[in-house]
Write a protein that binds this ligand. Sequence first.
Ligand SMILES: Cc1ncc(COP(=O)(O)O)c(C=O)c1O
Length: 496
Amino acid sequence: MQTIWYSRSMTQHDASTPPDGNLDPRDWPAFRAQAQQMLADMLDYIEHIRERPVWQPIPAATRQRFHATLQAQPRALASVHASVMDDILPHVVGNTHPRFMGWVHGGGTPVGMLAEMLAGGLNANVGGRDQMPLEVEAQVVRWMRELFAFPDSASGVFVTGTSMANYMGVLVALTQALGAGYRRTGLGEKGLALVAYCSAATHNSVARALAMAGLGSNALRRIPINAAQQMDVKALQRQIGIDRAAGRQPFLVIGSAGTVDVGAVDQLSAIADIAAREKIWFHVDGAYAALGMLAPDIAPLLAGIERADSLAFDFHKWGQVQYDAGFLLVRDGAHHRAAFAASADYLQRDARGLAGGDVWPCDLGPDLSRSFRALKTWMTFSVLGTEHIGASISQCCRLARVLRDAVEASPFLELLAPVALNIVCFRFVCADADRINREIVADLHEAGIAVPSTTYVNGHLAIRAAIVNHRTVATDIDILVAAVVKAGQDYTKDPV
Ligand SMILES: Cc1ncc(COP(=O)(O)O)c(C=O)c1O
């Protein structure tokens, strides 16, 4: 397939004309033609993504082209488009590809891409003010209240991702523990006595959140996990007792709905019971698996999530919305506002005009300038419908079980952790397994065949396949398994 990406002769800004301050195209028809070519190229890219390598190493010359000095003169849009197609497009992380299974990345959809374009055209700053983009965000908040059975008093806000949403959840919990006055006075002695709890399998954004909140990551107790990698709730209860006896103040427990390494779901109802009894804040990190609520076969595994005081998750993972689209939902909107809202002369609300409205998104988080993330989420959910998105989530989990079965059936492979949802941790069985399995993963990446990532499970290096992409099918699992076995056999017959 020959794609004509650009015409090198076309320029949008004539270098011979002195700048007049206006940055719009001089030649709108030519610009429009180039824009249509860009759209066509990206639709081609997504439609034919399966034919491409998942990832390709970046040649030195390509990197070098991005070491140019700051340029004073305009360059033709067509030429810049060519750079995107030739230099950038072949070397992105690859998560749109069906055999991208590394880390936990969503695949996005063409609908989300179009929404990004529309949002870019509107260029709305959605920190606040009386504009429809806030109504779109409010619509998504209402949908999420409905999905997670949160009350009408719950508030929600789009953020970059779950790392940010976890941090904000910690800040809301902290404000409840110390009272909003702490925002003026700082943590003080009472603050330094606070302790929080999560499991040993919790994502590191939680420890970072404690550190960024000024509590220090030592204030986070990492509760041991059971064989299914869930928090040991009895150990949680014991640790809270030990901390209280030592004069510390437990204020927050974080449950995981889908741990990052193996996809375990904590016993959320049991943790909610303890949090209620102990009067401590219950935050759930549901980064990718919270949206499992859309899949009838997965939702029951998340029981208890509806009892969270705050819930962090991403639409850009299992929601398949384009990056980035993280979200924080807080059961009691008043608590949410107490952590972030701050008045300023230049942000007053008025009864009439554009400064109308009551609660603005800037009252619900640290951001004032914000992009219109709600549009791509609203469009993705509207165009695809929750049934289809839920079916893609079920499909990811079904494929994980296919991979698990293939691993268990192979004499060359070994499963390293139970498969609760969509993540499979396994390895090629051999001597010096940690080193060889690391090499196997890098080989698969460099060959562009598949992109799993690595982690450690019980001290062993694991090949970790997180199936998050709605385009992945059973053949992709077969290709992954065959490639791992072949690479492993090559290493063991011809050791390096
Ligand atoms: C369980 C869990 N929590 C938090 C995060 C961080 O989310 P984000 O990358 O959107 O900040 C991830 C990312 O994969 C995750 O799996």
